[in-house]
Design a protein around this ligand. Sequence first.
Ligand code: SAH
Length: 348
Amino acid sequence: MTLMTDLKSMTPKEMAGLFQSMGQPSFRAMQVFRWLQQGIESFDEMSNIPKSLREQMKAECTLTVPEIERRQVSKIDGTVKYLWRLGDGNCIETVLMRYKYGNTICVSSQVGCNMGCVFCASTLGGKVRNLTASEILDQVIFTQKDSGERISHIVMMGIGEPLDNFDNVLRFLTLVNHPDGMNIGMRHISLSTCGLIKKIDKLAGLGLQLTLSVSLHAPDDEVRSRLMPVNRSVGIGQLMEACRRYFEVTGRRVSYEYALIDGVNDSDAQADRLAGFLQGQPGHVNLIPLNDVEESPLRPSRRVRQFQQRLESRGVTATVRRKLGGDIDASCGQLRRKQIREQQLPSS
Ligand code: SAH
């Protein structure tokens, strides 16, 4: 072990190699892995591990334990929003949503974000740092522990651009999917991206069975580049090609997110153009009524149903995402922003 080894970010196999090199039996790795995925808060809780090894781990390893800075429960639908304080004082958000098919957690992948989408609260202030695999995993572990309810589905739609933290996100996916850990199936996991196409290809090459969600939000380069700076270097045409390749390689249909913004991307002509892109390509559209962000002048569309019907009449399946936790700042980055704002207020 080196000083501050982060065991929770390691697979049982990697840990077995490490323990063997320390003269420990390799079966310890699985024991430690299980304890870590159960959300222990101190190495002393590992009751089947010899004291000497526990002491060594205490001295040489980090054990990430996020603190609950705030917890808000929606009175409308029971959605829970957590604001966690990490070891270095940074805060991130996680949302627990209850659907008929199971509990879904929305996790963050970075502290802040560099993508600069104009409608998104997470990107104000830029990216502070990537989360480690264990910090992403902790959101699932400690939400399950706090709520006492099994989490069966994950969406990577919280703060951050997951494909901009590719290695840690991939490691997280391996860990959370492990049968001796949280054991959440890849088909129950969605990863949302603003469209980093090289990384989409890289992900496709791994052949995972997760669902790729692409944040489209506009059917033409002019509007999309205004809303999403990422589009200025690689336009929609190339993005759609990457999505097509993703489907061809993995056999998984891509889903597209489209936040409807009043007077910006919600006209019938734009629905027609969007349908044009998607016709003949398996995939479906998730329409999201824009969540108001205090710092932004953009407002939610009043044409959500019309836009959906227009798409459907052109053969594109589109669902309107049910708004959960409307009373608790439940959309990306809002709670963290609130926390930052309040910290900046003079205390007198
Ligand atoms: N960086 C990733 C994932 C994070 S955000 C991505 O861009 O996909 C998850 C989804 O919420 C994205 O589709 C994002 O565009 C959308 N989103 C961000 N701010 C929003 C807002 N104010 N209203 C509605 N959707 C929003």
